[in-house]
Design a protein around this ligand. Sequence first.
Ligand code: G3P
Ligand code: CA
Length: 292
Amino acid sequence: MFRRPGLVTRIALAALTVTAAVAAAVPSPAAPTISAALTASAAPAVADVAHRGASAYAPENTVAAFELAARQRADMFELDVQETADHKLVLMHDTTLARTTDVEKVFPDRTPWRVGDFTLAEIRRLDAGSWFSVDYRDEPVPTLGEVLDAMADKAPGLLLEVKEPRLYPGVEARVADELRDHPSWLSPGRLVVQSFDWNSMRTFHRLMPEVPIGLLGTPPIADLPKLAEYADLINPPYGGLTRDYVRRVHSHGMGVLTWTVNDTAVARRLVSYGVDGIITNRPDAMRQVVSR
Ligand code: G3P
Ligand code: CA
């Protein structure tokens, strides 16, 4: 099982590796980041996790948002994986394409524009940036594989959410295959896979027992021992989260990443509860709250 106190340390080590690679390519600007990470690796740390990327400033679940999160020194970036009609893995939060793309204009007759009703070739035609800002016009909906490639040398850690897996039978195996095709993400401490669907996560754990599992939600304390048989993290919404709940999760050897926290005062309170990570749309602001 993944050991809770190692999460941020391992991510910090992954950050060093990734930052060192960037530093080798671009010598002077990256050097201060390496020393900052070295200094902080001795301190107790809380992971700064960019929710759907730096989604306060760039369109969610796009490479632009993930790259911005990396530049803002997030420890991990979070993304949502779903599946197309031809079983390709794409990044999208909603189960329809309407809110974050121009699908209604490009395919006016395809209501309700479900992700799973479109092929990858069709989704390639969509603009996933203009809804957010004209500055991001023509930003594409990325595939999971494209993001694993694009971010391999840029971001320390990835929090991969399998969104609504009941809509995509077999998606767990396809995610596992994609990860095996990108083995650098399987380095210790670099990856957590999570879902609101705990059965799906049990399935994923059977497929890739080496990958830490996060369960989204707030399971009853009485259920924690059973869940700890395959889960490494419990990831609850921050509203209603208590110091005692965090302590109970820790007592079963699991960590806590809480979401979605955009207010630094709230984040400081949650850090005082002992959470292991803050999932935020504003990784730059949270950088000031967490240790590294
Ligand atoms: O990572 C936590 C968070 O992403 C879960 O909620 O709806 O934003 O996917 P949601
Ligand atoms: Ca998510």
